[in-house]
Design a protein around this ligand. Structure first.
Ligand code: GDP
Length: 370
């Protein structure tokens, strides 16, 4: 058939007729066989409970999806998995880029699997992905040993959405992993800001990796990260760095004395180790298990998890209210003008915010009436 764009109207444009698709040369290549199977909620839950990694990965993709249909399905799966979750030890691991998180998680992971058995899931909260569209924690190939172990499930950070949204997805992924029988969960995060707080709010033990002699000691204190750390470990304590690390450890120990007693009654410990040479790993994990025993005995373990559940309920409400406001068409249309008028000094920030909120609430009311 002659292409419609070859008519007189489209002068200067000639569209050649297409060529027919050649027949598939490889008789074994049947495209349909490669199509990913779509599972129902019940099938997904059954697969997850059986520990099927393919289905678990698909469920996590569903959790991370921004498609409302996927999200609704993900919520159903999570709800059904919830009664089977919670039976794990969740450890948050944070440190600035280059502190040695990947190297350490590789040896930490192998250490706990070798000594405690069970299964390990490594998840991440990466706040960089949203702004730069690039990921600091995306390169999971660095965990060379761990990634070859069948008992380990390594998943990079979800990339879409605000930090709160990304963190919520990581928390939901924890539930799925626990239902799939992963009894050790590591949540990795970059120590560059708010992400530590998000990570702290979903783990039982928060481990802060520091380096000696970078001036980071003080930064940790300034940003209040040390207050939320249950353990501080100084990495790269090897070669001629040993003395510096030990000195840094002493400084940290001294600084910790100035902080108020933690709610759990646990005094955070400071240890030196080398992730690269696998030195001092046992001591780090002995400390973590000692902490878990301590808080399980005094009831703080349960208390912290309950507080976290509450925190995530409010976080989810906040997140969804914010989304509803900013995705409101009227608000979207008025936002730029409001911003301009604030910058020009025609309106105060508060008046502009009040006007936008009023518009939003009025529209909600009229929608409800109709
Ligand atoms: P991340 O950005 O925090 O994940 O850090 P990486 O694990 O990628 O490590 C950053 C660099 O530090 C790499 O070149 C590692 O080889 C190096 N490194 C990690 N751990 C150690 C260690 O214990 N000792 C020494 N000397 N180097 C290390």
């Amino acid at each position: 058939m002659e292409h419609p764009e070859n008519s007189e109207e489209y002068k200067g444009l000639t569209v050649n007729s297409g060529v027919e698709q050649p027949a598939i040369i490889n008789p074994y290549l049947n495209r349909r066989r490669f199509r990913r199977r779509v599972y129902s909620v019940a099938e997904m839950v059954e697969g997850i409970l059986k520990g099927d990694v393919t289905i678990l990965s698909q469920a996590v993709t569903l959790v991370e999806s921004v498609n409302p249909e996927h999200q609704a399905m993900a919520q159903e799966v999570i709800e059904k998995c919830l009664p089977h979750s919670g039976k794990s030890i969740r450890v948050g691991i944070s440190g600035v880029p280059g502190a040695g998180k990947s190297t350490s998680i590789d040896v930490f992971g192998c250490h706990v699997l070798d000594n405690k058995g069970g299964k390990l899931a490594v998840l991440a909260i990466d706040p960089s992905s949203e702004r730069s569209k690039g990921s600091i924690l995306g390169d999971k190939t660095r965990m060379e040993k761990l990634s070859t172990r069948p008992e380990a499930f390594i998943r990079p950070s979800p990339t879409a959405g605000s930090l709160g949204g990304v963190a919520r997805k990581t928390r939901e992924t924890i539930i799925l992993c626990e239902a799939a029988g992963y009894d050790k969960i590591f949540v990795e995060t970059v120590g560059v800001g708010q992400s530590e707080t998000a990570c702290h709010s979903m783990v039982d033990f928060f481990l802060l990796i520091q380096l000696a002699g970078t001036g980071d000691e003080l930064q940790g204190i300034k940003r209040g990260i040390m207050e939320i750390a249950d353990g501080i470990v100084i990495n790269k304590c090897d070669g001629n760095n040993v003395d510096k690390c030990q000195m840094a450890a002493t400084n940290f120990r001294n600084a910790l004395h100035f902080f108020p007693m933690s709610e759990s009654g646990w005094m955070p410990k400071v240890l030196c180790y080398s992730g690269f040479y696998a030195l001092g790993i046992k001591e780090v994990w002995d400390m973590i298990y000692q902490y878990i025993d301590f808080v399980k005995q005094n009831g703080f373990f349960e208390y912290r998890r309950n507080e976290q559940s509450k925190y995530w309920m409010y976080e989810t409400i906040n997140e969804q209210l914010k989304n509803s406001f900013y995705h409101n068409l009227l608000v979207e249309n008025m936002l730029q003008e409001a911003e301009r008028s604030v910058l020009k000094g025609e309106q105060t920030s508060f008046a502009a915010a009040g006007m936008l909120l009023d518009t939003y609430f009025k529209q909600l009311k009229t929608e409800n009436k109709n």
